[in-house]
Design a protein around this ligand. Sequence first.
Ligand code: NAP
Length: 278
Amino acid sequence: MMERIALVTGTSSGFGLLTAVKLARLGYRVIATMRNTGSMGPLMDAAARDGVAPLVEVMRLDVTDYESIGIVVSDVLDRYGTIDVLVNNAGFALGGFVEELTMDDWRMQMETNFFGLVAVTKAVLPAMRSRRSGTIVNIGSVSGRIGFPGYAPYAASKFAVEGFSESLRHEMAPMGVKVVIVEPGAYRTPIWSKGLAHIRTSPDSPYGKRLQAVLKYSERAAATAPDPQEVADLVGRLVLSASPRLRYTLGKGSRLTLWGKALLPWRWFEGAIRQALR
Ligand SMILES: NC(=O)c1ccc[n+]([C@@H]2O[C@H](COP(=O)([O-])OP(=O)(O)OC[C@H]3O[C@@H](n4cnc5c(N)ncnc54)[C@H](OP(=O)(O)O)[C@@H]3O)[C@@H](O)[C@H]2O)c1
């Protein structure tokens, strides 16, 4: 029987690392990609602890470098003949208020979280289409359904992932390829410290007070957030599902917040967000 192959982006930490190990534990050969292979230590340690290191193969892939995407995907297809599962996980969260972020900030956020995901997907699609099978899991976010102040570029990038995934699901269903979006709320991963370290503002910013409130809220959410293993376990379950849904929302309060947005009058919902960020 042919080996099942999974390609995961952004596996140096967080969901990507845990998902790579989870898929290896399910018997997949995992092409664990990261933009700096010097950061493979924690992934390989975790894989060794679970006895699956021989199934995890690290390759260098920066999702904003389209040439490297082509090289990695061709190499995997040449060697294994298939990619059964693609997990588009690489991403980061840029914080700051719209007026204070530069256009380069906006572009970098969209290049990584959106165009990178589109480019990796496009590279993998021909092989999945011709075999009439495959599962593409896009790691979106609750921020792809609800915009919060102080995270507009992140929300815009994840809303874009939603629209893209929804359209792609329609396009690929007749070709036997499944497309799924996972929408986590806040989870305890390094994304918070990385993103918060790059927030743009100035000492005399008119948004200073509100930015501090947003940061405090984010720090509180990060500190009390659940174990990210939940997300990796969910990905493990849904790649084995014969007919996965389009969306999987998970995390503390995530579904309740989405219900609130869907059911409450907008003015009330807006008021609740303002209240939470006091
Ligand atoms: N944690 C949460 O609360 C949360 C909630 C909802 C959605 N998400 C989403 O989950 C995904 C994973 O995030 P995480 O929380 O696990 O954070 P994380 O630990 O910071 O992991 C992000 C991964 O993406 C990689 N990455 C960033 N830019 C890249 C690029 N240009 N090319 C390739 N890899 C790149 C990072 O690599 P480096 O180590 O090189 O930076 C890292 O491996 C992201 O898409 C994020 O938006 C996270």
